[in-house]
Design a protein around this ligand. Structure first.
Ligand code: MG
Length: 368
């Protein structure tokens, strides 16, 4: 089987509610999505998606995905998409780094490989759990009252896991953590996501002031050096996501004990192939995981769900479904959707959901 054609679409995904990260530092209301259709000489078609969380969050650029695919396409055309390692190496040879540009191609290849094997991707990867995965909400950095309102909105949709964005204002962060914890329901999973918003002193002040609550914080500071510097001075479990980009990052975090949880974002780390190695490093070191696409449609959420399904139930804390935050549905309600706050693994071979192509507009490029 050979890849014969790659068709690239650019779709703007409007957010239902404008989004603030880290105390108003970053606000945006649309996500730049790249959808990729990979065709083969066997008639099988795979779909991939790469949707960074805006342009101002981390070094991942929507138009950069499309530029990267243009550069990599001549190296990918003609390869067997079922041989995902061959495709991975070809992309790494054609374009070192730029992992976020590679994840849509990797995803489409896994989709084709699953269809060819007549297995869902998670089963092709070695075996997918059918235990539904709780979906984590994403509660933007706002006031105490707004935080309550957003969490309530998600609770009404059945959500039992929440990623509450904090960072930037020590007193307000302490107040918000204390308020959310006072209202936390039995069985709810809450992660306080700082998105690199604290300096070291700010991190230590909030983490010390909330120590009695025994809560988890994600990416409290900008870098792994910062997180390492404060590690011995607080007792809170830490999740790392923005600083978890390469396999070398994962190895360092595990070896040096910099985090107790990995937040694996598939677009950021370069797709399923590379993320699966991070999963194994985590499991080998007693590190639990959140799994997310980074952003995007039901396709990206489904990709994340497949990886989450290959993690033992006890070690997979939650997934994140961006589909509930955007107002455009490119798959007409198909694919894994929120059911009582959980996503269920599709039994369809491959990814398990494809878009309605007419919702994507005209392609921005076709390579063959
Ligand atoms: Mg995060």
């Amino acid at each position: 089987m050979r890849i014969t054609r790659i068709t690239v679409y650019h779709v703007d995904l409007p957010l239902e509610h404008p989004y603030w990260l880290s105390g108003g530092r970053l606000k945006f209301d649309v996500l730049d999505a790249t959808l990729v259709k990979v065709e083969t000489d066997a008639g099988l078609i795979g779909w991939g998606e790469g949707t960074p969380w805006g342009h101002t969050y981390v070094p991942a650029h929507g138009p950069g995905i499309r530029a990267g695919i243009k550069t990599m396409a001549p190296f990918i055309i003609g390869l067997d998409p079922r041989r995902v390692l061959d495709v991975e190496r070809a992309m790494d040879l054609a374009l070192p780094g730029h992992l976020y540009a590679k994840s849509p191609i990797d995803m489409a290849c896994w989709d084709i490989a699953g269809q060819a094997a007549n297995l869902p991707i998670a089963d092709l990867m070695g075996g997918g759990s059918r235990t539904p995965r709780p979906i984590a909400s994403s509660v933007g950095a706002k006031t105490v009252e707004e935080t309550r309102a957003v969490i309530d909105r998600y609770r009404q949709r059945g959500y039992v896991a929440h990623s509450v964005k904090i960072g930037g204002d020590v007193e307000r962060d302490i107040a918000r953590v204390r308020d959310v914890e006072s209202l936390r329901r039995d069985g709810e999973i809450v992660l306080y996501d700082v998105n690199r918003g604290w300096t070291r002193q700010q991190a230590l002040r909030v983490m010390s002031a909330t120590q009695d609550l025994n809560v988890m914080f994600e990416q409290p500071c900008e870098s792994l050096d910062d997180i390492a510097a404060i590690a011995s001075k607080h007792a809170a479990p830490v999740s790392v996501d923005e600083s978890l980009v390469t396999l070398q990052d994962a190895a360092r975090i595990a070896r040096d004990g910099l985090a107790e949880v990995f937040g694996i974002k598939l677009n950021r780390v370069g797709g399923l192939t590379k993320a699966a190695r991070m999963r194994d490093i985590a499991l080998a070191h007693g590190i639990d995981m959140f799994v997310m696409a980074t952003g995007g449609t039901v396709l990206a959420d489904t990709e994340a769900l497949h990886l989450a399904a290959t993690i033992p139930d006890a070690n997979c804390l939650a997934v994140w479904a961006c589909q509930d935050m955007i107002t455009l549905d490119i798959a007409g309600g198909r694919g894994p959707r929120n059911k009582d706050g959980h996503l269920h693994l599709p039994e369809t071979p491959g990814l398990g959901v494809h878009p309605d192509e007419e919702t994507l507009g005209d392609p921005t490029a076709i390579y063959y």
